[in-house]
Design a protein around this ligand. Sequence first.
Ligand SMILES: NC(=O)c1ccc[n+]([C@@H]2O[C@H](COP(=O)([O-])OP(=O)(O)OC[C@H]3O[C@@H](n4cnc5c(N)ncnc54)[C@H](OP(=O)(O)O)[C@@H]3O)[C@@H](O)[C@H]2O)c1
Length: 276
Amino acid sequence: MNLANGYMIPDIGFGTFKTPDGEICVNAVREAIAVGYTHIDTAAIYQNEVSVGEGVRQSGKARNELFITSKVWNSERGYDKTLHACEKTLKDLGTDYLDLYLIHWPANKLQFGEKAEAINVDTWKAMERLADEKLVRSIGLSNFYPHHMEPILAMANIAPTVDQIEYHPGLLQEDTIELCRKNDILVEAWSPLGRGHLLDNPVLAEIAGQHGKSPAQIILRWVLQNNVLPLVKSVHAERIRENYDIFDFELTHQEMKAIDTLPDARFGSNPDTVEF
Ligand SMILES: NC(=O)c1ccc[n+]([C@@H]2O[C@H](COP(=O)([O-])OP(=O)(O)OC[C@H]3O[C@@H](n4cnc5c(N)ncnc54)[C@H](OP(=O)(O)O)[C@@H]3O)[C@@H](O)[C@H]2O)c1
């Protein structure tokens, strides 16, 4: 896939949320790259950036063959703190640039009242400076709903390229996707497998049977065919391989529609009500 600023972004990303720091994380990242993933998603709050960096180094891949995303955590919002947070992330990962840097969560009205919008705008100004200084190639948002995004779109000198949101069967996020499409913002799906909780659905099992694939592969394919970029996490070699093996089949229109109608589900927090 391509970002609106011209940079290429690999079609599937390897997630690292809740991947324990240390050997498990190093091995998972190295294994993922060995299998073919070239896109790694991490964040300062995952507290595993040093291990992600080590996994990258052990993979033997050149830095410019990989796409690495990180995110500024909520405690580091605002202009100066965001600049420092990025500096620390670069140091921890052992790299001199990020391919993509995201604001992890918008400041919301519940926590910050009328100041929320100004905090997000200030954070965005720092993101733009990081892009100007070439410390990050692309900048974007995460967990931003349209009403969080609009003030950024109105003031940005550098437009957001990505919004990374919870997206899976049962959480279609249509309003956010519509605004992203209008503004050429790529949508990335976090928790595409619903953290593993969506996988025993009989509709998915039947479609999986038709294609000789697993329910996880069916969901990831559904995400891709909706032009959304899946980020998927595992620490198990066989699942890491399975989740990458989704480029040799296609879901029919009918199968896509059947998956669209799975029951409502949400496994993460709502950006309007998070209190962290
Ligand atoms: N921006 C944000 O706020 C945000 C929030 C959440 C996540 N994310 C990003 O999105 C990535 C993916 O989301 P996620 O980790 O929450 O959830 P996910 O990828 O939907 O699911 C991961 C869970 O499913 C299991 N699993 C993975 N592949 C499987 C398979 N083929 N069969 C059965 N079970 C499987 C994993 O277990 P094992 O590891 O034990 O195999 C793990 O428990 C994260 O890692 C992170 O990079 C971003």
